[in-house]
Design a binder for this molecule. Structure first.
Ligand code: NAG
Ligand code: NAG
Ligand code: NAG
Ligand code: NAG
Ligand code: NAG
Length: 334
C-alpha cells in the first residue's frame, strides 16, 4: 500500500508547491524536472486542454506512457510527450508561455512495450539503461514495438544484438536456424542461436533505426583467444557498413576498425592478411552473398576466420571446428 500511495502523496505535495509557485512570471527557472519558460517540441502522443499546469502534470503522472508534459499557458494546451529533455535535448525550446515538466514516476524507456525506445542507443542516451539485457524498441514509431537485446556496457554501450551463437550444451551446434529479411522476425529471437538477418533486412534496419558501427565478438575455448573489433566512425568504417548493407565495393581492412580492450586474437592484428583474392580487404570476393555478415565477413585465407555460417562454420580466430560449451559469437550494431 505504501508503494502505491507514496507517489500520489508526493505528487500532491508537488502540485501544492507548483500552484504556490504560479508561473509564467517565473520565466526560465529550471528546478531539474520542471523548466518554466521552456517547451519540448514534438513527440506528443496526446494533447488536451487542462485548467492549469497542475492538472496537466497530474494527467501525465497518471498515464504510464507519459515521460513529460508541456503546458502552454495561453491556450491551456496540455501536451503529453514520449520523450524528455534528456532524451531529446535538441527539441527543448525557450517559450515564455510554456512550462516543461518531467513525470517523476515515469517508466524507464524500453522497459515495457508501451514505452519503447527507438534503439538501444536511444535508451542509453535517455538515461534509461538498466544494464545488459532485453528492452523494447520501435525504430519507426509504428506502434508495434518488439523486444531486442542491448549491450549497455561495452565501449560506453548502446549496442543492439543482431546475431549470436552460444554453445549452451554439447548439442547446440545442431540448433535449428532461421534466415530472414525481416529484422522484426530475427531480432526478438535474441536468446536463440542461428538467427540470421539477411542483407536487405540489415539495410532496412539501418534505414529505420540508423547505425554507424558494426561490432564482432567471438571466443572459443579451443583457441583460447577472443576476437573483438568494432568498425570506426569514419570513411573507412562507413565503407564496411556499406559493404554489409548496400555496396559490393570490397572495403579496405586495416584502419577501418578498432580493437576492443579484451581482443587478443591474431586475426585483429593481421588485417593486412585478410581478403580473398586481394589482401587487406574485408569479405571474400567470390562470396558477395546476402548472408555475408555471417558467412565470411573476414577471411585470412586457409589460416583464420570469423565465421558463423556455411560448411565449416563456428570459426573464431581459427579454421577448425572443435566447439566447447561456453563458446560464443555475437554481432552488434549501434
Ligand atoms: C543431445 O542430442 C541427443 C540426440 O541427438 C539427445 O539424446 C541428448 O539428450 C541431447 N543432449 C542435450 C543436452 O540436449
Ligand atoms: C548433430 O546432428 C547430426 C545429425 O543430424 C549428428 O550426427 C550429430 O552427432 C549431432 N551433433 C551433436 C553435437 O549433437
Ligand atoms: C584472451 O582473452 C580471454 C578473455 O577475453 C582470456 O580468457 C584468454 O585467456 C586470453 N587468451 C590469451 C592467449 O591471452
Ligand atoms: C583508411 O584506409 C586507407 C587505405 O585505403 C588508409 O590509407 C587510411 O590510413 C585509413 N584511414 C584511417 C583513419 O586509418
Ligand atoms: C577448454 O579447453 C581446454 C584446453 O584445450 C580443455 O582442457 C577443456 O576441456 C575445454 N573446456 C571445455 C568446456 O571443453
Amino acid at each position: 500500500m505504501v508503494g502505491f500511495w507514496s507517489p500520489i502523496l508526493g505528487f500532491m505535495l508537488y502540485v501544492a508547491k507548483i500552484i504556490a509557485d504560479q508561473p509564467p512570471n517565473a520565466v526560465c527557472q529550471d528546478t531539474g524536472r520542471e523548466k518554466f519558460g521552456w517547451a519540448l517540441i514534438g513527440h506528443d502522443y496526446k494533447s488536451s486542454t487542462a485548467e492549469n499546469f497542475g492538472q496537466c502534470f497530474f494527467d501525465c503522472t497518471l498515464d504510464e506512457q507519459c515521460q513529460s508534459a508541456t503546458f502552454l499557458w495561453n491556450t491551456k494546451e496540455c501536451k503529453l510527450k514520449k520523450e524528455t529533455k534528456k532524451s531529446r535535448p535538441m527539441d527543448m525550446k525557450e517559450n515564455p508561455a510554456a512550462t516543461y515538466m518531467e513525470n517523476p514516476f515515469r517508466a524507464k524507456k524500453g522497459s515495457k512495450a508501451s514505452i519503447p525506445g527507438s534503439s538501444c542507443k536511444d535508451i542509453l542516451a535517455s538515461g534509461d539503461s538498466q544494464g545488459n539485457g532485453g528492452y523494447w524498441i520501435d525504430p519507426t514509431d509504428s506502434g508495434n514495438p518488439f523486444p531486442v537485446y542491448c549491450d549497455m556496457n561495452t565501449d560506453r554501450g548502446g549496442w543492439l544484438l543482431i546475431s549470436r551463437f552460444i554453445m549452451e550444451t554439447l548439442n547446440s551446434s545442431n540448433d535449428s536456424s532461421t534466415e530472414s529479411d525481416s529484422y522484426r522476425a530475427i531480432l526478438p529471437a535474441y536468446t536463440s542461436n542461428n538467427q540470421y538477418l539477411l542483407r536487405s533486412g540489415f539495410n532496412q534496419l539501418k534505414q529505420d533505426m540508423g547505425f554507424t558501427q558494426i561490432r564482432f565478438y567471438c571466443f572459443k575455448n579451443a583457441t583460447g583467444r577472443a576476437f573483438h573489433i568494432m568498425t570506426n566512425e569514419d570513411t573507412n568504417g562507413t565503407n564496411v557498413v556499406n559493404f554489409f548493407t548496400t555496396s559490393d565495393n570490397i572495403p579496405v581492412a586495416c584502419g577501418s576498425f578498432t580493437r576492443l580492450p579484451d581482443d587478443n586474437s591474431s586475426l585483429a592484428v593481421n588485417c593486412d592478411k585478410w581478403g580473398q583474392p586481394t589482401k587487406n580487404r574485408w569479405g571474400h570476393a567470390s562470396k558477395l552473398t546476402n548472408d555475408r555478415l555471417f558467412l565470411r565477413p573476414l577471411t585470412w585465407s586457409l589460416t583464420r576466420f570469423y565465421r558463423l555460417k556455411g560448411g565449416s562454420r563456428y570459426q573464431c580466430d581459427d579454421k577448425t571446428f572443435p566447439l566447447s560449451v561456453g563458446d560464443i559469437w555475437q554481432v552488434f550494431v549501434r
